[in-house]
Write a protein that binds this ligand. Structure first.
Ligand code: FCB
Length: 463
């Protein structure tokens, strides 16, 4: 008989993660949970279009219904409250808020998000808002999407509208979620909407995304002087497939292209020369003054961390390839579980000049969860959180200014090109009935929050 792994998260009582100022939360994104794709004036976005193209998304899944959270939002936010979390990270749907090329504001959508923000603030749950989690309005895509500079101005307008209306009711604004995905996964690898495969387009999309961020930052700051403003990046560190010079050099290439192409403009106002030199015909069109905007001061960088990449030298355009993980302990996404990479990535970020405060804005894993007699015993996910929380602790011990940690995701949801196959939630969603069932991992996080409150009480009594 194999021993049953304990379904609790254990942190030492003096852990910096149990400090009351460390922010614990759960995260979601509009397209992945909301459904209600045509309700209250929402217009189509690039993911609606992409889902409708045969072969793009597993099972032909789409976001029409998703978790129906646009309707069930109160139930979902109540779950966040029940778990005792400090914060909820969610995204606002651009195609709900600005419904045409003229920048028309949809009041119904604004009212909807205002209700959510009120609910959270009334209960002391900090709203962490992402403005762009990949749902570009289709009317912008029809004019070239992120390849068209006009999209950056449209984003700045949208950011202005949202931050003007909600101001400091939002504790933290992230402009973009994972611009690497919106640029490279979408325009180079063809896996995300709009599904292109063209390096020059990918670099141009990346620049426009970063410019959109840079144009939005001063607007948000003016409208919400007390709120934090930042950006969320996904970074999977590269490790050589074999300890050869060729594979180590391949890792350098991979990190320059996938990590530094986004970090360096944000922190230093320039693109990595080695990447531009390697692909001289792919340099993005950058106008004078753009990079100063891109390098606007940030209050935080959010790191979305899931795994590392094993990289080998390759005789291709990029000069490297990322290999599929071959171990039999991969997550349901096929990703290696590698918590040390979280510590290293946080340390790397913290070592960079002008690096602001850091948050882990997403961390979690997909598993083949099953609902048995009304319960989901996702031991493997509890173990994943345990090891990654320890990795976060190690980064703090090494001097990293890490302020918070968000589990991805509050709910099982639409996992992009993988459709509903991959379950990342701490709460199980039965898509046929839309019934929510907190998994063991949700309970473990809830207990950790209770432990923290108890420690706080003891501390206060002894003062
Ligand atoms: C990240 C995305 C998020 C989710 C997780 C698994 O790249 O930000 O929406 O899909 O991966």
């Amino acid at each position: 008989m194999t021993a049953r792994r304990e379904l609790t998260l254990k942190m030492a009582s003096d852990s910096p993660l149990l400090n009351k100022d460390f922010v614990f939360g759960a995260a979601t994104a509009a397209f992945q949970i909301e459904g209600a794709w045509d309700r209250d004036g929402r217009v189509p976005c690039i993911w609606d279009t992409f889902c409708a193209e045969p072969g793009r998304v597993a099972n032909g899944d789409n976001g029409y219904e998703a978790c129906d959270s646009y309707t069930r939002w109160e139930e979902d936010l109540a779950l966040v409250q029940e778990l005792g979390l400090d914060a909820y990270r969610f995204s606002i749907a651009w195609p709900r808020v600005i419904t045409d090329i003229h920048g028309t504001v949809n009041q119904k959508a604004m009212d909807h998000y205002r209700k959510q923000l009120n609910f959270l603030n009334e209960r002391g749950i900090k709203p962490f808002v992402t403005l762009y989690h990949w749902d570009l309005p289709q009317y912008l895509q029809d004019r070239g999407g992120w390849l068209n500079r006009e999209t950056t101005y449209a984003f700045a307008h949208y950011a202005d509208v949202v931050s003007r209306a909600f101001g400091d009711q939002v504790v933290s604004y992230a402009t973009l979620n994972e611009p690497w995905c919106s640029a490279f996964l979408s325009y180079l690898h063809g896996i995300h909407a709009p599904g292109m495969q063209d390096r020059k387009q990918a670099y141009q999309a990346a620049h426009h995304l970063l410019l959109a961020h840079g144009l939005a930052v001063p607007k948000i700051r003016a409208n919400a002087p007390l709120a934090d403003v930042g950006i969320v990046l996904n970074i999977s560190p590269s490790d050589p497939q074999q300890e050869t010079l060729a594979d180590r050099n391949a890792c350098v290439l991979a990190d320059q292209e996938n990590r530094d192409f986004f970090l360096q403009p944000l922190l230093e106002g320039s693109y990595p020369e080695p990447v531009l030199n390697r692909h001289p015909t792919c340099s993005p069109m950058v106008l004078p003054g753009d990079l100063e905007l891109v390098a606007a001061e940030l209050d935080f960088i959010g790191l979305n961390y899931y795994t590392r990449n094993r990289v080998a030298a390759a005789d291709n355009e990029a000069g490297y390839e990322a290999l599929v993980y071959a171990g039999d302990d991969a997550t349901a996404m096929g990703w290696e579980i590698y918590p040390e990479g979280l510590t290293h990535t946080l340390q790397h970020l913290a070592s960079l000049p002008r690096c602001p405060a850091l948050y882990v804005t997403e961390n979690g894993m997909a598993a083949d969860d099953e609902l048995c007699s009304g319960a989901v015993d996702d031991e493997i996910r509890v173990a994943y959180f345990q090891s990654h929380l320890q990795a976060a602790e190690a980064a703090i011990a090494a001097g990293v200014d890490l302020r918070g940690y968000f589990a991805w995701s509050l709910l099982d949801n639409f996992e992009w090109a993988e459709g509903y196959n991959k379950r990342f939630g701490i709460v199980y969603v039965d898509y046929a009935t839309q019934q929510r069932t907190p998994k063991a991992s949700a309970r473990a996080l809830g207990e950790l929050m209770a432990q923290r409150r108890q420690l706080e009480r003891v501390k206060q009594e002894s003062q």
